[in-house]
Design a protein around this ligand. Sequence first.
Ligand code: APR
Length: 235
Amino acid sequence: MSTYKNIVILTGAGISAESGLATFRASNGLWNNHKVEDVATIEAFERNPAYVHEFYNELKKELVKAKPNKAHLAITRLQKEYDANISVVTQNVDTLHEKAGNQNIYHIHGQINQAVCLNCGRILETFGDIDTETVCPHCHIAGMMKPNIVFFGENLLCMDKVDRLLSECDLFLSIGTSGVVFPAASFVQIAKYNNAKTYEFNLEPTSNNYFFDHHIYGPAGTTLPAFVDEMIKNK
Ligand code: APR
């Protein structure tokens, strides 16, 4: 374990699995019960906004009840006890990293507790349901609110910052992501190109397997706390 100064932690749905939240591509995953093209594309939202709102309103009810697990809490411990710049780049739209007390969090696929007004562009926190009648509190136009979720075909959020983090990182941890959705799936290659040490934490090898220096298999709620213990002991 060498000393690291700039750490990027990429997370996917797998880090929230032990909090009871469904992942996307497992056999009981979200994309097995809903088609991506019906709820996660801008075309779907234009075609049937009420159905897309309903999907995210229901998902929000699940996500806001969830509690962070030992993997999220291990990141908080690492950020508190390991002297480095440690950023969390998450594909997840849940707020479990925030609930666990993680800092420097970048939601590149958006957040379930936010909506964006397509008329004035303002982003607002939403704790209740939003629908095709919701009025924007800033421009007072109704029916232009969209969940602040990045749909397939839309640009990711925070990418200027994420690009800079990846170019400077010397340790890249990928936790609970299948590595099939780009550009997040390419982050390990950017980190590797910049000579970062790369670790993949998953239940099983992923399609990105080849790019990682190390693979730590098992539930992140077990493997990540053990890894953080070792990092802090050897800092
Ligand atoms: N510990 C570690 N890894 C786990 C655990 C766990 N307890 N449970 C599941 N996993 C792993 C699975 O093996 C899988 O590789 O988490 C991964 C989840 O993969 P996906 O369901 O594809 O989720 P994710 O990689 O986050 O999807 C990326 O796709 O549809 C889009 O926007 C959506 O952000 C999402 C993106």
